[in-house]
Design a protein around this ligand. Structure first.
Ligand SMILES: Cc1ncc(COP(=O)(O)O)c(C=O)c1O
Length: 295
């Protein structure tokens, strides 16, 4: 597979308030964030010229930074405008956006109180997180190597880069075994999420989703709960023991990147993408494009 590296592309990246040519948007090797994971980020999508839930994403970026004990030196409105401007500058109406904020080079050590806080926004074309043909028939998940940590062990409410270490290791192991992704339980053994998306499970027409008390309460997750309730489905948020995995008939993942993606198997368990998953997949696709009537 030939990959175009992310540092060798055409376009513009918004960096600390200015647009810089894509290949010049660099950091030094002694950047605090690279050594101590002092960075937070967002993943957003623009559809038909509108960034879905832009301000909710920007507010979460600020909240994530606050949890990591730093303050982003811009306002939410400024970052919202910068996100829109970055899409426009690169000529996109449909794209993925990656805002990121991090501690700079002024100090290298556990204490980093004097480091400058940087912010960048990059955008690129990213049609499907999972291949489209796999999506409708459902993707295959295995069990993850790692569990989501307790909120007493890590800043789990933040979209902090350090929390993705266990996701990358787990996803690589899954891919090596031929799976698309992995299901992570939490430290108590409750179903949590996949390595980059929230999960919904259906039994007897009722939709169940884990209580997000140690992983990201995704913006897509909240949107899908609303869409499902508007369609008249019962949605139950609760702690779901891993032992219940075999009792559900439909399962799907949701996230900005994954959108709504049905799951056909998790380890030894099998599921059929059914009417509820496919209806919510279609409704979400319409909603984000401003095509859902009565949304
Ligand atoms: C670990 C993880 N969980 C859940 C989500 C879903 O969050 P959202 O719907 O806000 O994109 C994401 C990211 O997209 C994620 O990386």
């Amino acid at each position: 597979m030939s990959l175009v590296p992310f540092d060798d592309r055409d376009g513009w990246i918004w960096l600390d308030g200015q647009f810089v040519p894509w290949r010049e948007a660099k950091v030094h090797v002694l950047t605090h964030a690279l050594h101590y994971a002092s960075a937070v980020f967002e993943g957003e999508r623009m559809y038909n010229g509108t960034i879905f839930e832009l301000t909710a994403h920007t507010e979460r970026l600020f909240k994530s930074a606050e949890i990591l004990d730093f303050k982003i030196p811009f306002t939410v409105a400024e970052i919202d405008e910068a996100c829109k401007a970055t899409c426009a500058k690169n000529g996109f109406t449909d794209c993925y956006l990656r805002p990121i904020a991090w501690r700079g080079t002024e100090q290298i050590g556990v204490s980093a109180q004097q480091t400058k806080i940087h912010v960048a926004i990059a955008v690129w074309s990213w049609p499907d997180y999972f291949p489209a043909e796999q999506k409708r028939k459902g993707i295959r998940l295995t069990h993850a190597l790692y569990k989501r940590p307790s909120p007493e062990t890590a800043p789990t409410a933040s979209k902090a880069v350090g929390l993705y270490m266990i996701c990358t290791i787990s996803k690589h192991a899954a891919e090596r075994d031929g799976y698309a992704d992995a299901l992570m339980l939490d430290w108590r053994g409750y179903i949590a999420e996949s390595t980059g998306a929230n999960i919904f499970l259906i039994r007897d027409g009722v939709i169940h989703t884990p209580t997000p008390d140690c992983f990201l309460d995704g913006i897509t997750r909240r949107t899908v709960i609303r869409l499902a309730r508007e369609k008249g489905f019962e949605v139950v948020e609760r702690h779901i023991p891993g032992e219940e995995l075999g009792t559900f008939s439909e399962v799907f993942l949701v996230g900005t990147a994954a959108e709504v993606t049905p799951v056909s198997e998790i380890g030894e368990h099998r599921y059929q993408p059914g009417n509820i998953s496919l209806a919510l997949m279609d409704d979400y696709a319409k909603l984000v494009r401003g095509e859902l009537v009565n949304a």
